[in-house]
Design a protein around this ligand. Structure first.
Ligand code: MG
Length: 166
């Protein structure tokens, strides 16, 4: 039998939101200038949602929808940093801290490379991690599929938790 509290736990997360006019485009807590933004009950920050799901997944504590139902009025237009911080508190309460985060944002446009540092710094701050433990990568959809056709934005995340609080 594996130990009940393994020394490391890995988690992965994925999220998608529709791109629509008249909404802000917020990625990792950073508002990106864009004619299109992400539709959703909260601020629809697809990167924070994917990272939150990765943390919950590493803890085997279900998914973001179980913890923050999109029917709950208290989460309407909520800043998604709250979701991530709640997941990190659950990790800390079980004796785990995040070792590193790797993530990918998939969006056709706008181009995000000039915002990479701001998004990384924001995610690192939200997770209380040094910058060199936080990776944010960008991909387009190569003009195919919902991302490539500019209909949606997706994010993927992998998180490693280690036993012991920093
Ligand atoms: Mg979401």
């Amino acid at each position: 039998m594996a130990p009940a509290n393994p020394p490391v736990r890995v988690g992965q997360g994925w999220d998608t939101h529709r791109l629509i006019p008249g909404r802000p485009l917020i990625l990792g807590g950073i508002q990106i200038p864009s004619e299109m933004g992400l539709s959703g009950h909260s601020d629809a920050d697809v990167l924070f949602h994917a990272v939150t799901d990765a943390v919950l997944g590493a803890l085997a504590l279900g998914d973001i929808g179980m913890h923050f139902p999109d029917t709950a009025p208290e989460w309407k237009d909520a800043g998604s940093i709250q979701f991530l911080q709640h997941a990190l508190e659950l990790a800390a309460s079980r004796g785990y801290s995040v070792a590193n985060i790797d993530s990918t944002i998939l969006i056709e446009r706008p181009k995000l490379k000039e915002f990479r540092t701001a998004i990384r710094e924001s995610l690192a701050r939200a997770a209380s991690l040094p910058l060199d433990c936080v990776s944010v990568k960008f991909k387009t959809g190569e003009k195919v599929g919902p991302v490539g056709e500019g209909l949606s934005c997706e994010a993927q995340a992998a998180v490693l938790l280690t036993a012991g609080l920093r």
